[in-house]
Design a protein around this ligand. Structure first.
Ligand code: C5P
Length: 399
C-alpha cells in the first residue's frame, strides 16, 4: 500500500465496542508507512485505553479539548491542520448526529469541524440504529458534504443481532484509507448532471411541475466530485445544498435547462440526465394572472424538447447516462428508453418508490445486460452508480 507511505493519519475513536480493534488498526497504518496520531472521546476510553494507543502510535493521545499540556505541544487546530486524513473509527450513531449538526464539544468533533483534510467515518452500531430514519438522514447529509463512508459491514453484532452495522475490519479500513490517496475513479473527467424538477410557467404565479426532490442528482454530483471529476450540476428548483466542489447552475424550465446544457463546452466526458423534465409546457405564457371567472379553463400543452436526446445527437457525443422512473414493466420500458435515446447506460426504478423514499432499488441497464443496485439509501446507490459508470466507461459495457 504505497499510497500510505509518509501519510499523516489522524484516528478519531468514539465510544463503540469495536474501539478495541483500533489497536490493530494503528499497527497496520504504521506498518504501511503512515504516521498516526489518535484522539479519543471520553466514551472511547471505556473500551480501550489511551496508553495502549500511545504505545502503538508512538505519539501522545489527545483525550481532552482543554488540556494545557497537550495544547502546549500541539494545539487542536494545529492537529486538525497536521492531518492528511481524519478517520473516525468506530463512528457511533450519536457521533454521526453530532457532526451532522456541526457540534464541537469534545476533541474528536472539534477536529472534524476544524480540518480541511478529507474525512472518513467507519460507522458501527446496532443494525436497527443504523437503518433508523434519523441515522440514514445524517448519513445522506454527511455523504453530500463529501465525507467518505467506510462500511458498515454485515454480520453478527456485539448485541447478538445479525445485520448491517459492524465496523469494517482494520485491514479493510486501511485499504479504503489508502484509496483516498490514489487518483479518484473519475479524475480529470468532466461531467454534466441535470437534476430536480422543471417548472413550466402558465402565468406569472402558476406553473406545472412534479415531485422530484433532486436528491439523486445531488448525491451523484457529490460522489462524482469526490472521485475527482469536474462536475457541473444543472438544477431545477430544489431545496438542497450544493455539494462540495460542484458547480451549480440554477434553471427553472425545460427550455432553459436545454439552453444551459447546450451552451456548455463541447468536451464533456459524461452526461447524466437525472432531471425529471416536465414532458409538456403550456403552449402560451399569459403575462397577466389568469382570472378564475370561467367555470372551465382549457390549457393547451405542447411537448418539451428531450434534453438527453439532444445531447446524444451531438457530433461529439459524451458517455450518456439516463434515468427512467416507471410504474410498470420497469426493465422493459427502461431498455426501450436506452435504445430510443441512444444512451450508454440507464438506471430504471419504480417512480412511486423514488419520489417518496430515501431507500431505493434500481436496475442498471446497458446494451447487453442488467444489474440490480440497492435496496439502499440514495447516497449509497449513488456511490454504486458512479463506480458502475466509471467501470462501463472504461470497459464499454457493464462487466
Ligand atoms: O422519457 P422519460 O422522461 O422517461 O426519460 C427519462 C430520461 O430522459 C431521464 O434521463 C431524463 O433526465 C431525460 N429527459 C430529458 N428531457 C426530457 C425528458 C426526459 O433529458 N424532456
Amino acid at each position: 500500500m504505497l499510497s500510505l507511505t509518509n501519510k499523516r493519519i489522524l484516528l478519531g475513536i468514539t465510544g463503540g465496542i469495536s474501539a478495541y480493534k483500533c489497536a490493530e488498526l494503528v499497527r497496520l497504518f504504521i506498518q504501511a508507512g503512515s504516521e498516526v496520531r489518535v484522539a479519543m472521546t471520553d466514551a472511547a476510553q471505556e473500551f480501550i485505553t489511551p496508553l495502549t494507543l500511545q504505545a502503538l502510535s508512538g505519539n501522545h493521545v489527545f483525550t481532552n479539548l482543554v488540556d494545557v499540556e497537550a495544547e502546549a505541544a500541539m494545539g487542536h487546530i494545529e492537529l486538525a491542520r497536521w492531518a492528511d486524513v481524519i478517520l473516525i473509527a468506530p463512528t457511533t450513531a450519536d457521533f454521526m448526529a453530532k457532526i451532522t449538526q456541526g457540534e464541537a464539544n469534545d476533541i474528536v468533533s472539534t477536529l472534524v469541524l476544524a480540518t480541511q483534510a478529507p474525512i472518513a467515518i467507519a460507522p458501527a452500531m446496532n443494525q436497527v440504529m443504523w437503518s433508523s430514519t434519523a441515522t440514514q438522514k445524517n448519513l445522506s447529509e454527511l455523504a453530500l458534504r463529501g465525507i467518505k463512508i467506510f462500511g458498515p459491514g454485515e454480520g453478527e453484532q456485539a448485541c447478538g443481532e445479525i445485520g448491517l452495522g459492524r465496523m469494517l475490519e482494520p485491514e479493510e479500513l486501511v485499504k479504503r484509507s489508502s484509496e483516498l490517496f490514489e487518483l479518484g475513479l473519475l479524475a480529470g473527467k468532466s461531467i454534466v448532471i441535470t437534476g430536480g424538477p422543471t417548472r413550466e410557467a402558465i402565468d406569472p404565479v402558476r406553473y406545472i411541475s412534479n415531485h422530484s426532490s433532486g436528491k439523486m442528482a445531488y448525491a451523484l454530483a457529490a460522489e462524482a466530485a469526490a472521485e475527482g471529476a469536474k462536475v457541473t450540476l444543472i438544477s431545477g428548483p430544489v431545496s438542497l445544498e450544493t455539494p462540495a466542489r460542484v458547480e451549480r447552475i440554477n434553471v427553472e424550465s425545460a427550455e432553459e435547462m436545454l439552453e444551459r446544457v447546450m451552451s456548455l463546452p463541447t468536451n464533456i466526458d459524461i452526461f447524466i440526465g437525472v432531471a425529471a423534465v416536465a414532458d409538456y409546457r403550456p403552449a402560451k405564457f399569459t403575462d397577466e394572472k389568469i382570472k378564475k371567472s370561467k367555470e372551465n379553463l382549457d390549457l393547451k400543452l405542447i411537448k418539451n424538447p428531450d434534453i438527453i436526446s439532444k445531447v446524444t445527437e451531438l457530433a461529439i457525443k459524451p458517455f450518456a447516462v439516463g434515468f427512467a422512473a416507471e410504474t410498470n414493466s420497469i426493465v422493459e420500458n427502461g431498455r426501450q428508453k436506452l435504445e430510443e435515446k441512444n444512451l450508454d447506460l440507464l438506471f430504471a426504478n419504480n417512480a412511486v418508490e423514488t419520489f417518496n423514499n430515501d431507500n431505493i432499488t434500481v436496475t442498471a441497464i446497458d446494451h447487453s445486460s442488467e444489474r440490480q443496485l440497492g435496496p439502499a439509501n440514495k447516497s449509497v446507490v449513488a456511490r454504486q452508480m458512479i463506480e458502475l459508470i466509471s467501470c462501463t466507461l472504461k470497459e464499454g459495457l457493464m462487466e
